[in-house]
Write a protein that binds this ligand. Structure first.
Ligand code: NAD
Length: 258
């Protein structure tokens, strides 16, 4: 029996990277998956793969920075599968023009906060009533190691947005603890995905990150998906309010071994 048998999971950013890998894993573990993405084709490709493997899924196009789309994605999920048990608020952006405080345009700050931070708030605003209707559930918010560590490669808006995700997660966990709703932040280290590789677009930039990684390699999206399965499942029934670091030891390191 799958570890998520009988559960219904909504995953944002399910068209690529962590969200896509998680959608596939969740479905293999028995969950019915609502694969949400702003890119309709990408979400459709994810559910096509789930269906090929015999799993159950629907693709939903939504921009997580808007209230109307958040409300609609939750309604559509309940309509398709009758309930919602797991809310994996994972969609996020890292803008190429995000830099230091002096060099970052106000519009980049607003866009990044709208998707990464407001997206989590709105996902909870419309998702929590559905979790309540199901008698409880698990919320997983994707933050990042940059929420807890400073870096000399600046991305001021992204960093601030992920700090907001951690603070939101903590408060949500406490406020909803007695309702059987658990809320945890998944904090990935630097990953071998589109999002980061587009940003670290030269061998020098990649190397500058790799020297800080005790394991000497970037993480894989599927390694985040495996952590997300744990947080989504009843195996983590006493885990709430955590900053779940899945970072290859990055945040524990002062100097790494050769
Ligand atoms: P990705 O770019 O591969 O996937 C992100 C997905 O989100 C894309 O399919 C994109 O279309 C979708 N998306 C973007 N804006 C959206 C919006 N407004 N509404 C709905 N969907 C939207 O990225 P990823 O590496 O899988 O990142 C997933 C999450 O993990 C993000 O929150 C990111 O900040 C976080 N993260 C990534 C890394 C890394 O190194 N890749 C590290 C730490 C944290």
């Amino acid at each position: 029996m799958g570890r998520l048998e009988g559960k219904v999971a909504l995953i944002t950013g399910a068209g690529s990277g962590i969200g896509r890998a998680s959608a596939l894993r969740f479905a293999r573990e028995g969950a019915a998956v609502a694969a949400v993405d702003i890119d309709r084709d990408a979400a459709a490709a994810t559910i096509a793969e789930i269906e090929r493997e015999g799993g159950q899924a629907v693709a939903i196009r939504a921009d997580v920075s808007t209230a109307a789309d958040n409300e609609a994605m939750v309604a559509r999920t309940e309509e398709a599968f009758g309930r919602l048990d797991v809310l994996f608020l994972n969609a996020g952006i890292m803008h190429p023009d995000d830099s230091d405080a002096v060099g970052t345009d106000e519009s980049i700050w607003d866009l990044t906060m709208d998707v990464n931070a407001k997206g989590v708030f709105l996902g909870c605003k419309y998702g929590i009533p559905a979790l309540r209707r199901a008698g409880g559930g698990s919320i997983i918010n994707t933050a990042s190691f940059v929420a807890v560590m400073g870096a000399a490669t600046p991305q001021i808006a992204y960093t601030a947005s992920k700090g907001a995700v951690l603070a939101l997660t903590r408060e949500l966990a406490i406020v909803h603890a007695k309702e059987n709703i658990r809320v945890n932040a998944l904090c990935p280290g630097p990953l071998h995905t589109e999002l980061l590789m587009k940003f670290l677009d030269t061998p020098e930039k990649k190397q500058r990150r790799l020297v800080h990684l005790p394991m000497g390699r970037f993480g894989e999206a599927d390694e985040m998906a495996q952590a997300a399965v744990f947080l989504a499942s009843d195996e983590s029934s006493y885990v709430t309010g955590t900053e779940f670091m899945v970072d290859g030891g990055l945040s524990a390191a002062y100097v790494t071994a050769e």
